[in-house]
Write a protein that binds this ligand. Structure first.
Ligand code: CU
Length: 169
């Protein structure tokens, strides 16, 4: 079968150029959070990292600030990770989540407050994170008071300290 020359394909980039320029212009106009601060966006991606520049067995970023109605998309580097909410570290009325190992999971947050989460495989080595929905977290003290296995506790202690530091700015 003669498929002919790939002329239409070769013209594709030129046709897409105006679109690319528009996308770039829009990207430049979007607000960028100051470096070192948790991201603020309608959809935030949290990566489950096995081994990265920030360390092993961690969520990146480990602290996410969003508004009610925003979505967090969890994605895994490896099939050995998952994301699971932690009972006792969620505001009243919020729905728990438990993703499948290695599969992406999107969670939309509507109830304001602070949410602790973990990778069930690596909780005991400190693979945990925090999501803050809205400007105030009525369950902050309750979430902070929960006790964890040693390395998870150390990780949460660091995250709550980071959170307090960014709140003071
Ligand atoms: Cu893991």
């Amino acid at each position: 079968m003669d498929t002919g020359p790939s002329e239409p394909e070769s013209r594709m980039p030129r046709a897409l150029l105006p679109l690319l320029r528009l996308a770039l212009a829009v990207a430049v106009l979007l607000p960028v959070p100051p470096s070192g601060q948790p991201a603020v966006a309608a959809e935030v991606t949290v990566t489950m990292v096995t081994d990265g520049p920030g360390g092993r067995f961690r969520f990146e970023p480990a602290i996410v600030r969003i508004r009610p109605g925003d979505t967090v998309r969890f994605v895994a580097h490896d099939p050995i990770h998952a994301t699971k909410s932690i009972p006792g570290m969620m505001p009243a009325g919020a729905a728990p989540w438990w993703g499948e190992m290695g599969k992406p999971l999107e969670v939309t947050f509507t109830v304001p407050g602070i949410y602790g989460f973990k990778c069930p495989s690596h909780y005991t080595v400190g693979m945990v994170g925090l999501i803050i929905v809205g400007d105030s977290a009525p369950n902050l003290e309750e979430a902070r008071a929960l006790r964890h296995p040693r390395m998870a506790q150390e990780a949460f202690d660091r995250l709550f300290a980071d959170l307090a530091a960014t709140d003071r700015r």
